[in-house]
Design a protein. Structure first.
Lengths: 520, 267
């Protein structure tokens, strides 16, 4: 069903593209706006162009039409710009293609050894298609093909990342199709952002590259200064994690995807209040969480090494409700203040292991920009994040069975092994859900210096959990050789005790990298 | 991003004027600048703009954007929205500005890579705008109270009679914020537009030269003009930046909806 919906989205975009051609020609004379009340020809006469069709005395604009021109909605007429209409009647392309090609090498360490190893090495091509922006609709689609080594897989990956159509009707905006939705006003850590998943296996210096699209509908009703937003994602798509080391005889089974039924969809609403001095929103979401927990699917004890014993673990999503709030405002010309909070209440009982406990997360941050022309610009953003877990209790791991002894255990040990595995998974889930303490305190700092006429950037994101002693730092140097070619050198370093999330993924994800990216 | 606001503020609002005639008594330097500032507001406009930077080796970089402006609150607030359309790496980046007469501006930016709108605050006025030779301060009409003004002489620029006005920062802090020890403006008598500027560094040496050309009458009723072509040349490095309005239209009824964060996110 998911594939069928993706295909339908792509088809819709293509149909739209084909249908847009004659319509695009119509707006080449100046796309009418909702408030537009002047004939196109009159508006064209009103245009002042660099070609000098208006004399120095300005006589050529005496008949200027006091109406919206559609010029703002149009794109440039030069090559490489987005589709759109020009007010001088020059036809422009109804569709514009853009994208990039990138080559990446990520080198990390071998777990438990002082050796380096290749974590990822691949080439990726992205192709995006954008239709003309018509007064009442437009379309967009992007596909990415990646081939090479990614984690423990050497393969070719194809993602139809987004494919959607926007429709505009008075105060209503609707987007239908494969799309990525991001909520929240905090930086990097957004407790209200639970709509579309990410793929942590994708390696890239650009944070947005790991986001995954999902099929759904997103609508806005604009009633200034309010804006009401609704989201429906009918198909579940999980967040993907890199493979972490599994003990011998333990393997992952297929993810327990909820059946594609209406009752299993994700529904969310958000009420925005947007004032000049402050903007804020209140949100509610009900549906399956993007990050599933782990459950044991089966235990097969043979008592022998051949056939071997088998323990199958599956990723099992849970449904939750999230109430969120966020805001941002400015303190004069000096600081921006932003905040975000979310209360999350899983619907299933947390004692089922793969379900987290209810928690409250809250973020408060400030940012400021320093610098002068000769120095470049330095922007700094600092945040505090707190997390309180309700009814928290530590998941204790019993004395572990040595997995190497599993072949010696016959079927009569099934209950013992099952109990042990479930306890281990409960602890692992607590780590995945970042609920290893009742109260956690996290600090984040993002700093970026942009200099050499905006061609050279030095940046880093640092996250420190002072409660669990985990930290992440992502230093990066970027250099724009020209408008098309960019070079990135950097590292993504995770660190933490073994029973923490960053500790678990350190060996798999910590790496230094180099990237060349050509944008067109 | 504050820088972009000032650059585009200039492009969007332009230097406009009420006509003066040769028979008028010569105004004081401060009166000239008051008229420039008072007359800068245009009821509404839309434009396509190309920004080009050329370094001393002849290598060029181009940015293209569209823009809309409109006055609100009886002219006390000018709202502006800018959408970068090319090249691909900046395509979709949009900025919304509420430019108030008597308090700090409100600004929002939409970055496609973030997929959300973020409120931002003003950066220092001496920061470069998008890597160009213009700073945010260059492209803003100076705050009247920040400078002492002297009417130096009268000259012609491209055949237009101009007043030559010196602007000296009143304090070292203002000079540091601007990045200049002194600014000299050539103001068109007929259009009250700044046609030329000479900017001195903190050591008093000529740093940059500003040139405005192709000044068009956009609002005949109120005699409002805009420069279609603006150029800033760094006299110490040879690097220069050009802002060219490839198309511009007077549009007082431009849609109010443009000046909302919803429109920022329409990409």
């Amino acid at each position: 069903m998911r594939f069928a919906l993706q295909l339908a989205c792509l088809t819709a975009v293509l149909v739209w593209v084909c249908g847009a051609r004659p319509a695009a020609a119509q707006i080449d004379g100046g796309a009418p706006d909702a408030n537009d009340d002047a004939p196109l020809a009159d508006r064209s006469d009103a245009a002042v162009t660099g070609a000098g069709d208006v004399g120095p005395d300005g006589g050529g604009v005496e008949n200027a039409a006091p109406a919206a021109s559609g010029l703002f909605q149009s794109g440039p007429t030069g090559a490489g710009g987005p589709a759109g209409g020009a007010v001088d009647g020059t036809p422009t392309r109804p569709v514009v293609l853009s994208g990039y090609a990138r080559g990446d090498v990520f080198v990390g360490k071998v777990a438990g050894a002082a050796r380096a190893t290749m974590k990822a090495a691949y080439g990726e091509a992205a192709l995006a298609l954008r239709t003309a922006r018509l007064p009442h609709a437009d379309g967009f689609a992007e596909a990415r093909v990646r081939t090479g080594l990614q984690g423990d897989q050497q393969n070719t990956f194809l993602d139809l990342r987004e494919a959607y159509v926007n429709a505009y009707a008075g105060p209503v905006d609707l987007r239908l199709g494969q799309q990525i939705i991001v909520w929240g006003r905090a930086d990097a850590l957004n407790p209200t952002n639970n709509l579309t998943p990410v793929d942590f296996r994708i390696r890239s210096p650009i944070e947005d590259d790991i986001r995954l699209g999902n099929v759904g509908a997103r609508g806005f009703l604009r009633l200034a200064p309010f804006r009401l937003e609704g989201v429906w994602m009918p198909i579940y798509l999980p967040t993907l994690l890199p493979p972490v080391g599994l003990p011998p005889f333990v393997s992952y089974g297929p993810t327990a995807i909820p059946a594609p039924e209406l009752a299993n969809g994700l529904y969310a609403g958000r009420l925005h209040l947007e004032l000049p001095a402050v903007e804020m929103s209140l949100s509610y979401l009900r549906g399956y969480a993007p990050l599933p927990g782990l459950t044991m699917s089966s235990v097969t004890l043979t008592g022998t090494a051949n056939p071997p014993p088998s323990i199958v673990v599956v990723r099992t999503p849970y449904r939750h409700q999230v109430v969120g709030f966020d805001f941002s405002t400015a303190l004069g010309d000096w600081l921006t203040i932003r905040g975000e909070a979310a209360y999350r209440r899983p619907e299933a009982d947390a004692r089922r292991g793969y379900v987290p406990r209810a928690d409250l997360q809250y973020v408060l941050g400030i940012d400021h920009s320093f610098g002068a022309h000769s120095f470049g610009a330095l922007s700094v953003l600092a945040q505090y994040l707190g997390r309180y877990v309700f009814d928290w209790q530590k998941e204790n791991v019993p004395a572990l069975l040595d997995p190497a002894t599993l072949p010696t255990l016959g079927p009569s040990y099934t209950d013992l092994v099952t109990g042990t595995v479930n306890a281990v998974l409960a602890r692992t889930n607590q780590i995945l859900f970042q609920q290893t303490a009742r109260v956690q305190h996290v600090g984040t700092l993002r700093a970026e210096w942009l200099g050499a006429h905006d061609t050279l950037s030095l940046s880093t994101l640092a996250i420190v959990n002072v409660t669990t002693h985990e930290w992440l730092v992502t230093p990066r140097i970027g250099y724009r050789v020209d408008d098309a070619l960019a070079v990135y050198l950097g590292a993504q370093i995770f660190h933490g005790p073994p029973d923490t999330l960053f500790g678990l993924i350190d060996a798999e994800l910590s790496a230094g990298y180099a990237e060349l990216r050509y944008i067109f | 991003m504050r820088r972009s606001v000032w650059v585009l503020a200039l492009l969007g609002a332009g230097f406009v004027s009420t006509r003066v005639t040769a028979a008028d008594a010569p105004p004081s330097a401060r009166e000239i600048m008051v008229k420039v500032i008072t007359a800068r507001k245009l009821d509404g406009s839309e434009a396509q703009i190309k920004m080009t930077t050329i370094d001393d080796k002849g290598q060029t970089r181009e940015r293209e954007l569209t823009m809309a402006t409109k006055l609100f609150d009886g002219g006390k607030t000018e709202k502006r929205i800018y959408r970068f359309t090319a090249p691909a790496d900046v395509q979709g980046t949009s900025i919304l500005v509420f430019d108030y007469q008597e308090k700090a501006d409100d600004l929002w930016i939409y970055l496609p890579a973030l997929r959300k709108t973020r409120r931002i605050v003003s950066a220092q006025r001496s920061q470069s705008f998008m890597g160009s030779e213009f700073t945010y301060g260059d492209l803003n009409i100076p705050a009247l109270g920040d400078f002492n003004y002297t009417l130096n002489k009268e000259e012609t620029v491209d055949g237009e009679a101009c007043w030559v006005v010196d602007l000296l920062p009143r304090t070292n802090e203002i000079a540091d914020g601007e990045g200049y020890a002194k600014k000299t403006y050539w103001v068109s008598k007929s259009k009250l537009a700044v046609l030329k500027g000479l900017l001195y560094d903190r050591d008093g040496k000529p740093l940059k030269e500003f040139l405005a050309r192709d000044v068009k009458l956009l609002d005949p009723k109120n005699k409002r003009y805009r420069a279609m072509h603006m150029e800033m040349v760094n006299k110490q490095t040879g690097r220069r930046s050009v802002f060219e309005s490839t198309k511009m239209i007077f549009a007082p009824k431009t849609s109010d909806d443009y000046f909302t964060t919803t429109y920022l996110e329409r990409n």
